[in-house]
Design a binder for this molecule. Structure first.
Ligand code: ZN
Length: 284
């Protein structure tokens, strides 16, 4: 997860050019709905895409299909930003879940349910495969539960999540929790955790990372461990991990990337730090 400003795209200009193009399948449907689209775009910008504030526009199946086609294969010279978003907006980090994959664009408000935002730039967010795993889910049973929006939710600058390790050293069960149980956006953080972050692919990454770290901590942490050959204490290790974690925050420009989540949780687990320090000392 990461808060970024979306590039300044003139969505109204894009809409106007598409609506006026008589050669497209969306003509004249889009022209007929033009004012409805304008007010939907306006509402989105005003409410930050909040699914609790936005009522989808009712449009024909024919027009829905044409809009999805515009997104999937934009007409010549139009909607160029879609390609650029995919390639350049966040190539190394998923803005939605904080993982290190990417390559797809997530429709924050799903295009099946909100077709008017199929090619609205502020509704398109670079993401990894958490995108297809979340499917059409965007809000919970009651407000304010909803998915976090990387273009509007400033609280993404806070450190929000940490890993929790339970059970044996070599193969613990690892989960992710919200750090501040009194966070003013707790319901949103919880919904986002359950619906976007938690999935098999996230679980697999955390387990593999722990497996590698617990077996070869001296290799993984070589650059941050003190050079002295004296035995390392759990407290020394914690200092080194904090430096590493802070470096990862800066490197990815967010305290909510998966390495931040992993190390923030590990730093609070003193027993595990003791055991990890013992592995390091046995290899010095
Ligand atoms: Zn993701």
């Amino acid at each position: 997860m990461k808060r970024i400003d979306p590039p300044a795209i003139d969505d109204i200009e894009e809409l106007t050019l598409l609506a006026n193009n008589e050669g497209l399948g969306s003509y004249p449907g889009l022209m007929n709905e033009y004012s409805g689209f304008l007010s939907q775009y306006n509402e989105y910008s005003k409410s930050g895409g909040n699914p609790w504030n936005i009522v989808p526009l009712t449009i024909s199946d024919h027009l829905k299909k044409a809009l999805r086609t515009h997104y999937g294969s934009p007409p010549e010279g139009r909607l160029q930003f879609i390609k650029n978003y995919r390639r350049g907006l966040s190539p190394t980090l998923c803005l939605m879940c904080g993982g290190f994959g990417n390559g797809t664009l997530d429709h924050y408000l799903p295009k099946e349910d909100f077709p008017e935002y199929s090619f609205f730039s502020k509704n398109l967010v670079p993401a990894c495969n958490c995108n297809s795993l979340r499917g059409r889910t965007v809000k919970g049973a009651a407000p304010p539960a909803r998915v976090i929006h990387p273009y509007y939710d400033d609280f993404l600058a806070d450190r929000l999540y940490q890993a929790v390790f339970q059970g044996e050293f070599s193969a613990p069960s690892i989960s992710i929790e919200i750090i501040d149980k009194n966070h003013p956006k707790f319901d949103i953080l919880k919904f986002h955790l359950d619906e976007v972050i938690k999935n098999d692919s996230t679980q697999g990454w955390f387990e593999k990372y722990w497996s590698d770290l617990s077996q070869r901590p001296h290799d993984k942490l070589e650059l941050v461990l003190p050079l002295s050959s004296q035995d390392l204490s759990a407290a020394d290790l914690k200092v080194a991990l904090e430096r590493y974690r802070n470096h990862m925050d800066k490197d990815h420009d967010t305290p909510n990337n998966w390495l931040s989540i992993f190390y923030t949780g590990l730093m609070r687990d003193h027993d595990r730090l003791d055991q990890l320090a013992a592995v390091i000392n046995s290899n010095r």
